[in-house]
Design a protein around this ligand. Structure first.
Ligand code: SF4
Ligand code: SF4
Length: 315
């Protein structure tokens, strides 16, 4: 299956960093994690497939086994979705039918001040940790006798994690462009394993989160780059509930994100069920609302060579 003509091209990090004069985040711990992802994880994306394929009684049993394994490996949430052409980046091609989508929570205690070195390192820590989950889950699928591919949370994926996670029941799409999970809020990362192993898919949810976003504007107010919109935009396509999507202006967000520790302000300030997810369950003393460092935004950029799929509107 190939990516649909209306799919976005894959986000080209190098081009975007080049458009702002290079990556401007200088944190030794973050660089070390990036190095470990490339050196210790990328070479483990492939492996032997067991020729003795395990037969499950039905697809529900197969899905149950996969989900239990994902949780055992450290996933906070896991769901399964059937892949459609619109879930594949333009120009990419895959043979797999299903995505096993996994999510892992980031720690609230690390987002007490945003953007900060601590919040930036936490994003990368979870990219690495969730990377281990998808790599080991992929090996489990191969051990069961089925082929699969790793779609690393930070890597150059063929598939779009967010629409797949929405179909797999992770939550609803927030005004800030990230998924809001009913209990994890927006503070988590996504990765996937894609496979043709016959599986039972999950259902998307309608918990009223998207409707809540229509009356709340907290992320928009706190976005220092003014990249989060007031209104939904028909140009951005529909979410899984049929709503026009909110269109975050990537050309405004990225320069701020790349200069200020991956920004992330829009996540910890998200108001939906804030008291429920914005706390630490391990006895750490935390504030209910983070300290926010808002600087003047750099000029917007729109690299021609690899435009992100969101066109600039109402700028
Ligand atoms: S990451 Fe920062 S700049 Fe980007 S949309 Fe969120 S708050 Fe705005
Ligand atoms: S802060 Fe409010 S408007 Fe923004 S994503 Fe969260 S709930 Fe939606």
């Amino acid at each position: 299956m190939i990516g649909s003509s209306t799919s976005p091209p894959a986000f080209n990090w190098d081009t975007w960093y080049a458009s702002i004069g290079g990556r401007q985040i200088d944190i030794a711990e973050a660089d070390e994690i990036l190095k470990q992802i490339k050196e210790l994880q990328y070479p483990r994306f492939t492996g032997e497939v067991n020729p003795d394929q395990k037969e499950f009684e039905n697809v529900s049993q197969a899905s149950q086994a996969i989900k239990e394994k994902a949780k055992e490996l450290g996933a906070t949430e896991v769901g399964i979705a059937e892949i459609e052409a619109s879930d594949i980046y333009k120009g990419r091609q895959i043979d797999e039918k299903y995505a096993i989508v996994v999510g892992q929570k980031m720690l609230w205690r690390k987002f007490q001040e945003v953007p900060s070195h601590e919040s930036a390192v936490e994003c990368l820590r979870v990219y690495f940790s969730l990377g281990e989950v998808v790599i080991k889950l992929a090996q489990y699928v191969r051990d069961l006798g089925y082929t699969c591919k790793v779609e690393h949370p930070i890597g150059d994926s063929d598939v779009l994690h967010i629409p797949l996670a929405l179909k797999a029941g992770f939550g609803e799409l927030g005004r800030h462009g990230s998924i809001i999970h009913p209990t994890m809020g927006p503070l988590f990362r996504l990765g996937s394993v894609i496979t043709c192993m016959p599986l039972k898919t999950d259902q998307p949810i309608d918990a009223g989160i998207a409707k809540f976003c229509d009356i709340c504007r907290a992320c928009r107010i706190y976005c220092p780059a003014k990249a989060i919109p007031d209104d939904r935009s028909p140009e951005a396509g529909k979410d899984h509930l049929g709503n026009d999507r909110y269109m975050v202006d990537t050309g405004k967000c990225f320069p701020y994100f790349a200069k200020h520790n991956y920004c992330s302000i829009c996540l910890p300030v998200c108001v939906y069920q804030h008291k429920e997810w914005a706390k630490d369950y391990e006895g750490f003393k935390t504030k209910l609302f983070p300290e926010i460092n808002m600087e003047d935004p750099p000029k917007p950029v729109d690299p021609e060579a690899a435009k992100h799929w969101y066109p600039k509107v109402k700028r």
